[in-house]
Design a protein around this ligand. Structure first.
Ligand SMILES: Cc1cc2nc3c(=O)[nH]c(=O)nc-3n(C[C@H](O)[C@H](O)[C@H](O)COP(=O)(O)OP(=O)(O)OC[C@H]3O[C@@H](n4cnc5c(N)ncnc54)[C@H](O)[C@@H]3O)c2cc1C
Length: 398
């Protein structure tokens, strides 16, 4: 039986572990935190997962939250006087990763999977490469394993973070906010709110994204969720006046339900060569990290797990060599490339034809519908909004 070692128990690593386990592989997950520690720890993400990615979880029977998690049934957009909303053809879902990953890790162990709790270093990988037929590094975004996976300049336009990000979970806004992804664009950055299922029940994830050095880049030193909440309320009043009352009757959720930081988007060569010459394969954020502005990282992690699973199974008893690794990543990258481009472009000032599209969406439901579905499936982005002439032609015809 083929032995697979997976470093990391997140959306990428665990989905692959659960999938391979179902196909009879002997899978070991080596991760720095056990299920209880994940569940009791700090919030990790806003994790809006759209239907094409949820499909992978459902195919494995591991989406345990259908019918329990609030449905994210549409997208609302506001920027000053421009405002529109549109339903999604297929609902999205956000399940607090602390809940999801701790449940998945427990499920994996209950079904006989081996879990080792250990903080892996790059040096440890040599022994894992000897022990397993294939080692996957699914340890999230850098910098721990960055030296192993070279930056791919072709797809990494930014050397620095493009946003200061902050997120918290709140209760008590459901009657004031659109019951989907409620996205606002302001001159200094963005905010969005979306319904999530947490361990204590449904809540809302409130996400702020500020241009570095601007007034929404104000989170350094924020120590507790009350302070975070107070700053968020102030930002809404000052920079998103249409939502200034959003938090009036709300309250922050738990003490650990807030985070802030900065993420440099980067695409890496997924094949890491150890000193011995052995190869390891990166997946999820370790291979491709996007800024969360488009809400795609967890989606890509799921697509990556699905693509790698199919390739591992197709490999049969053949060696997991570099060609296998490059084929696996190429399958994933057929989805990941456009999504990454879309995410990176959203970080730049929108060009006039994109602004015209967002404005037209207010009076043309078909335009709103098409734009909103870029988040569900970004493959429509190229050949539409990447092409000014085509975008203007479409607007004229709409
Ligand atoms: C604020 C915020 C909001 C977001 N919103 C969205 C969104 O709405 N939609 C979306 O799709 N994505 C979103 N993302 C991105 C998404 O959370 C990530 O892209 C996704 O979680 C990546 O999954 P992963 O499995 O690759 O990595 P991770 O989820 O980071 O998992 C990595 C795993 O590796 C373990 N690990 C780390 N280091 C080691 C080590 N040295 N040894 C052993 N184990 C280790 C960790 O404990 C963890 O289990 C958001 C991210 C942030 C920060």
């Amino acid at each position: 039986m083929r032995r697979i070692g997976i470093i990391g128990a997140g959306q990428a690593g665990l989905l692959l572990a659960l999938g391979l386990q179902q196909h009879g592989y002997e899978v070991t997950v080596i991760t720095d935190r056990d299920a209880q520690t994940i569940l009791g720890g700090r919030v990790l993400s806003n994790q809006c997962v759209f239907e094409p990615a949820l499909r992978h979880e459902r195919a494995l029977g591991v989406n345990f939250w259908d019918g329990v998690a609030p449905e994210i049934g549409g997208v609302a957009f506001t920027s000053g006087p421009i405002t529109w909303k549109t339903p999604l053809d297929r609902s999205a879902q956000s399940v607090d990763q602390r809940l999801k990953m701790s449940d998945w890790l427990a499920e994996f162990a209950d079904l006989g999977g081996e879990v080792r709790v250990h903080k892996v270093t790059p040096d440890d990988l040599e022994s894992y490469a000897r022990e397993f037929d294939l080692v996957l590094v699914a340890a999230g975004r850098g910098p721990q394993f960055d030296s192993l996976f070279a930056r791919d300049e072709r797809f990494s336009p930014y050397a620095e973070p493009q946003r200061a990000i902050a997120m918290m979970y709140v209760d008590g806004i459901s009657d004031r906010v659109y019951p989907g992804v409620d996205f606002s664009l302001g001159p200094e950055g963005e905010y969005f709110a979306l319904p999530v299922l947490t361990a204590s029940g449904p809540a809302y994830g409130m996400y702020f994204s500020g241009i570095p050095g601007g007034p929404l880049d104000c989170w350094d030193g924020v120590a507790d969720i009350d302070q975070h909440f107070e700053i968020a309320a102030g930002l809404l009043a000052s920079f998103f006046p249409w939502a200034k009352e959003l938090l009036d009757h709300a309250s922050p959720l738990g003490a650990l339900d807030h985070l802030h930081g900065r993420i440099t988007p980067v695409v890496r060569d997924p094949v890491g060569r150890l000193a011995s010459g052995a190869l390891v394969l990166a997946m999820g954020d370790t291979a491709v990290t996007n800024d969360p502005i488009a809400g795609q990282g967890a989606n890509l992690a799921a697509h990556c797990a699905a693509a790698y699973q199919a390739r591992i199974i197709a490999q049969g008893d053949a060696v997991f060599d570099e060609a296998f690794m490059r084929r696996s990543f190429a399958d994933f990258w057929s989805v990941g490339r456009v999504t990454t481009r879309f995410s990176n472009d959203l970080l730049a000032p929108p060009p006039p034809h994109v602004l015209a599209t967002l404005e037209a969406a207010q009076s043309a439901p078909a335009v709103a519908h098409r734009f909103a579905h870029l988040f569900d499936d970004p493959s429509d982005y190229e050949g539409w909004l990447t092409d000014e002439a085509e975008a203007l032609r479409y607007l004229k015809a709409s």
